[in-house]
Design a protein around this ligand. Structure first.
Ligand code: ADP
Length: 169
């Protein structure tokens, strides 16, 4: 099979999430996805079903702005409603998701199948979490911060600062 028949189409991916708050786990997935795509759009969900969001969408975007250097290859957006509708506005057809445990898989597979059935152009790519980041989740980080312990090994400095302020540690 010849490779020179491959499409010249730009590969635009979306990495959606609550990012409440962003962790080194998220940062790792973003960094590792950049070489795979022409552009990675980090899409912050405005209306997480987790109604217990600690940070507003603006706060979450601002933290991500501080953490990531925005280049031509990255873009930060917020979205509400259906992800596939938002993706078509940007010409994106790949969803990036991170997998930590088998327990992530069931929900993620359901979402991937639903998104593909809503828009057949959309494929989901799963990236396996680095072993040292597997246990890092936004919700656990919030719990630990709330109880006054140091969360700096798990989140970038601007997030650690924001968490300290939220819980007035
Ligand atoms: P959501 O509420 O959509 O799950 P999250 O912000 O919790 O939003 O997660 C966004 C994505 O990042 C999900 O695919 C999740 O599995 C992935 N993710 C979260 N933490 C990590 C981590 N430590 N390592 C790898 N992927 C992660």
């Amino acid at each position: 099979m010849y490779c020179n028949g491959m499409s010249e189409k730009r590969r635009i991916a979306v990495y959606p999430g609550s990012f409440d708050p962003p962790t080194y786990g998220h940062v790792d997935i973003i960094k590792r996805s950049l070489p795979l795509f022409d552009k990675v759009i980090i899409a912050v969900l405005e209306n997480p079903s987790k109604t217990t969001a600690l940070f507003t969408p603006n706060e979450r975007v601002n933290m991500l702005k501080e953490i990531l250097t925005e280049t031509n290859e990255t873009k930060l957006i917020t979205f509400k409603g259906l992800l596939v509708d938002c993706m078509s506005n940007f010409g994106a057809n790949v969803i990036i998701r991170g997998l930590r445990f088998v327990s992530d898989f069931e929900y993620e597979m359901q979402m991937a199948l639903m998104n593909h059935s809503l828009d057949a152009r959309v494929e989901t790519v799963f990236m396996v979490a680095r072993p040292e980041r597997t246990f890092v989740s936004s919700s656990l980080v919030k719990e630990v911060a709330k109880l006054g312990r140091d969360i700096s090994p798990f989140v970038p400095p601007p997030v650690a600062k924001a968490l300290k302020e939220k819980f007035a540690i």
